[in-house]
Design a protein around this ligand. Structure first.
Ligand code: COA
Length: 532
């Protein structure tokens, strides 16, 4: 065993200051999560309860096995937009009858559970996760369909939700829809495209057009029940496979459906794993409030991997990227973690080699981001930094083992790409509240804009407005800083959530377990041309 050592002193004033800053950020994060939990607020939740209905999260909780975790995804979706935080939908991974499932639940207390552009993005991300990891899907449906004022944003791309359901089914991934209320118009295709459907007496409403629309279209007089009630669908149309008497009965039946799926994970679960040697509480004091101050990612690794046991690969070469092998909750992983922030040619080559090794051995990869990007400057350009950075990005792009990314500090520029940023399709990507991600740092970006504007003025023979420049820089710096923060990025669903650093091991363990539902098979070739 190769146990990592530590130099962290939890009583050190710097450590305490970093911890204090982290706790402040966590409190701010909790306040935003609380908004998602509050759904449509007291008026709509009270009305919903008065109708004898369960809230979206209560439905999820009843569906899952008692005392098992729920890895909620994209809880801050729509943060910073015109729509409520959480995007009127709950998505996540939980265990039903011992089977890990991707669960989605509309929140009918938020604008009738209607889908706005962020609901759509969140739902599509959930489908992506289900497909990549072969997770059975359970949809807890009650929605006013498209959010009508934003229909232009969602109508055309929204077809992908139904497409995905049938593609999941075609891939042999089971889909279950439980209809708690409204699921009309396009929404009718959710039960329509699912493998299994449960409908509830006097509650489910599944039809392409409601009574007013039917009246307009054909002149026929009708009512909700005869057009799309559970009785009709269970006895006459045959769209309902299961008829439930009330919500708990529907959830019980959904659990029975999952119990009978004969679902088998591609890889057996590993046995119990030893905890890290060091207290995860100390993770709060490791990342400095000012990301320009470097920190040793081994201190993070030592607090998330089994027994703090880590075998480093090429420790003396390309030292600003730490690479090595460990286990996390019993699953083997390869880790790439930035150390001093900048990626040079040696780091890039080391990363490419390490990624190839993980692919040969079928070992999932974990990327711990704290990078300001690839090194610039004459010496580095002449040394081939473009070639070597491309080599790393090639390796990340064509690697076939599951990737997990955690933004713990900076994630700037092409460094975000090389470290498997969102566009490189890591199976899961989470951020710590300390993370920041953008094309470059705010000062650098404002400075570049200023130089470009100055050159442009000079080329036109115009005097440069220095006062305007100072104002522009301050404005741009502030704008880029706010757009780099995790809540903003999470609001745009550029990650799967912002997590408490102390939960990292648990979250990654849940992800690794989910990932092993699908076969973990690395690329044995199939990389692009590596520029040597
Ligand atoms: N788009 C935008 N806003 C919607 C909406 C939609 N599709 N559905 C509901 N809302 C809004 C309502 O206007 C209402 O807003 P308000 O409280 O500020 O007035 C709020 O959400 C709650 O709706 P309400 O009708 O009071 O809730 P309910 O629980 O009694 O009924 C529905 C829910 C979904 C059955 C009902 O709102 C409805 O029929 N909506 C339209 C459904 C539809 O035709 N969708 C188009 C499908 S493509």
């Amino acid at each position: 065993m190769t146990r990592l050592t530590t130099v962290v002193d939890p009583r050190d004033p710097d450590h305490l200051a970093h911890r204090e800053a982290a706790l402040e950020r966590l409190a701010a994060l909790e306040a935003e999560h609380a908004k998602a939990l509050a759904g449509g607020g007291p008026k709509y939740t009270d009305r919903h309860r008065a109708r004898g209905k369960l809230l979206a999260r209560e439905r999820v909780e009843l569906l899952l096995d008692p005392d098992t975790p729920f890895l909620e995804l994209s809880p801050l979706a729509a943060w910073g937009s015109d729509y409520p935080v959480g995007a009127s939908m709950v998505t996540g991974i939980g265990t039903v009858e011992g089977v890990e499932c991707l669960v989605t639940a509309n929140d009918p207390t938020v604008r009738g559970g209607a889908s706005n552009p962020w609901t759509l993005k969140k739902a599509l991300r959930a489908n992506e996760i289900a497909l990549a990891n072969r997770l059975p899907c359970v949809s807890l449906v009650e929605s006013g369909g498209a959010d009508l004022p934003s229909q232009k944003e969602i109508f055309i791309p929204g077809g992908a939700v139904f497409r995905d359901l049938t593609r999941l089914s075609a891939a042999g991934i089971p889909t279950v829809a439980v209809v708690f209320g409204n699921s009309t118009a396009g929404g009718a295709y959710i039960p329509g495209m699912s493998d299994h459907t449960v409908m509830i007496k006097d509650r489910s409403k599944v039809f392409l057009g409601g009574p007013p629309l039917v009246k307009m279209a054909t002149g026929e007089e009708s009512d909700d029940e005869s057009l799309g009630g559970a009785d009709m669908h269970a006895r006459t149309s045959g769209l309902a496979d299961h008829y439930a008497l009330d919500e708990p009965d529907a959830i019980r039946q959904a659990r029975r459906i999952v119990a009978r799926l004969n679902h088998r994970k591609a890889h057996p679960d590993p046995g119990p794993a030893p905890e890290p040697l060091y207290d995860p509480e100390e993770l709060l004091g490791i990342v400095p409030a000012d990301l320009r101050t470097p920190f040793d990612p081994r201190e993070v690794i030592a607090r998330i991997v089994d027994a703090s046991d880590f075998d480093e690969f090429k420790p003396l070469y390309g030292t600003s990227l730490v690479t090595g092998w460990a286990a996390l909750h019993g699953y083997p992983i390869g880790i790439l973690a930035n150390a001093q922030g900048v990626l040079f040619s040696a780091e890039s080559q080391k990363a490419a080699q390490f990624i190839q090794l993980a692919n040969q051995r079928d070992i999932p990869l974990l990327f711990l981001h704290n990078t300001t990007g690839y090194m610039v400057g004459k010496e580095y350009e002449q040394g081939g930094i473009v070639k070597h950075g491309s080599m790393m990005i090639n390796a990340v792009s064509n690697s076939r083992v599951p990737h997990l990314s955690v933004l713990i500090g900076a994630s700037y520029g092409a460094g975000h790409y090389g470290m498997c940023g969102r566009a490189y399709e890591p199976r899961f990507l989470f951020a710590w509240p300390s993370a920041k991600s953008a094309v470059m740092g705010p000062q650098q970006l404002a400075g570049v804009l200023s130089i470009v504007a100055r050159q442009s003025a000079a080329a036109k023979g115009q005097p440069y407005d220095e006062e305007g420049d100072a104002g522009m820089r301050a404005f741009v710096e502030q704008q880029i800083e706010s757009e780099s923060l995790p809540m903003f990025l999470s609001g745009r669903i550029y990650d799967d959530g912002v997590i408490d650093p102390r939960d990292t091991r648990t979250v990654l363990g849940l992800c690794l377990s989910a990932v092993h539902n699908a076969p973990v098979e690395g690329a044995r070739g199939g990389f692009g041309i590596f520029r040597m």
